[in-house]
Ligand binder design. Structure first.
Ligand code: NAD
Length: 313
């Protein structure tokens, strides 16, 4: 069995090949060629940890596997990342294990790739200003992946904890883009594309703050109860997602659907846009929203990419 370390993943998986892998698996999901199995997530009653599995099978790519891991809140004190995960891949013909792949870096890359896919297919071509809501670990990956999709001229950002904003400034600097920390009112008024990546449990962005024509990629909400934008804002948009079942249960859409503001049938899998079964954005002034909940198949796609790259060396 091949073992691919975190360090090797960083060498062989970049934003470009992660984008292609995630775009491919979203397309396969929408065609019915790939599917995710129910997620398991449990508090284990030890070290305050949440532990679980995300798994699936991509028949088209021949990728079968699972991501095991979760959240250990005490890790940071030991100099470790709180989120820990490992992907296991299996031969779909025999069930034999084929690879064990470090999942921490890959989780950030596949999450950034998902919002980048949404930007490529849904944002206006002339988008110039990127708005970042959130400045945690994910935000730098998100900004780098987004920057490759449109000719952004500047970045505006907001974070509940202002001491974290330096991460956004440094990342924008690395990309050669000017950065300004702004209020949410200004962010909504100026940004053409907004990525939210926080662990908030209450709406941050309001309907009244977002201008027509904006594309929103809501990436933080991946659990029941979390929320980044007002349900009324979701209801005012053309809504897309990685997987509808997750969007309505653990994604940003859980609130708008729960309040009866939108019906599940209004939510389109992004794969349908990739496969040209849905036109995506329908007008320049439409607000589009991608509810990125994070599916196991994304993890398997980038892990298979890493394993294949190592095997090819
Ligand atoms: P992090 O802990 O590094 O950063 C957390 C961010 O949320 C910071 O910007 C912080 O200021 C902000 N925040 C915390 N509490 C808040 C509150 N009450 N209101 C507003 N903002 C608040 O986390 P991270 O690794 O950057 O992950 C960010 C979020 O993305 C998490 O919720 C995580 O679960 C989620 N996530 C989603 C996916 C997916 O596929 N959709 C994948 C990975 C992580």
């Amino acid at each position: 069995m091949l073992i691919v370390s975190e360090e090797t993943c960083q060498k062989v998986v970049g934003h470009k090949n992660a984008f292609t892998a995630v775009e491919g698996v979203f397309a396969a999901m929408a065609r019915g060629d790939a599917y995710n199995f129910p997620v398991v997530r449990e508090a284990i009653g030890h070290a305050d940890a949440l532990y679980g599995f995300k798994s699936g099978f991509d028949r088209a790519a021949g990728v079968l596997g699972l991501k095991a891991g979760g959240y250990w809140p005490g890790n940071e004190k030991q100099g470790l990342t709180n989120h820990q995960s490992t992907v296991f891949l299996f031969n779909p013909d025999t069930g034999q294990p084929s690879a064990m792949v470090g999942g921490n870096y890959l989780t950030a890359m596949r999450t950034a790739a998902a919002s980048a896919v949404s930007i490529r297919y849904l944002a206006r071509e002339d988008a110039k200003v990127l708005g970042m809501v959130g400045a945690g670990f994910q935000s730098a990956f998100q900004m780098r992946a987004a920057a490759a999709q449109r000719k952004f001229e500047r970045v505006v950002g907001w974070n509940l904890h202002p001491e974290m904003l330096s991460r956004l400034e440094q990342t924008a600097d690395e990309l050669g883009l000017p950065f300004e920390a702004v209020s949410l009112d200004r962010l909504g008024a100026e940004a053409d594309v907004i990525i939210s990546t926080t662990s908030s449990f209450a709406p941050i962005l309001k309907r009244s703050q977002v201008k027509p024509g904006t594309h929103l990629a809501c990436m933080g909400t991946d659990t029941k109860g979390k929320q980044e934008v007002e349900a009324e804002l979701v209801a005012a948009t053309a809504v897309f997602t990685d997987e509808v079942a997750q969007a309505v249960s653990i994604g940003e859409c859980q609130h708008a659907v729960g309040l009866g503001l939108i019906d599940e049938s209004r939510i389109t899998p992004i794969g349908a846009v990739i496969n040209r079964e849905h036109p995506g954005r329908s007008a320049a002034d439409e607000i589009t929203l991608f509810d990125g909940t994070g599916v196991g198949l994304q993890d398997l796609a980038v892990a298979a990419l890493a394993a294949a790259a190592v095997q090819a060396e």
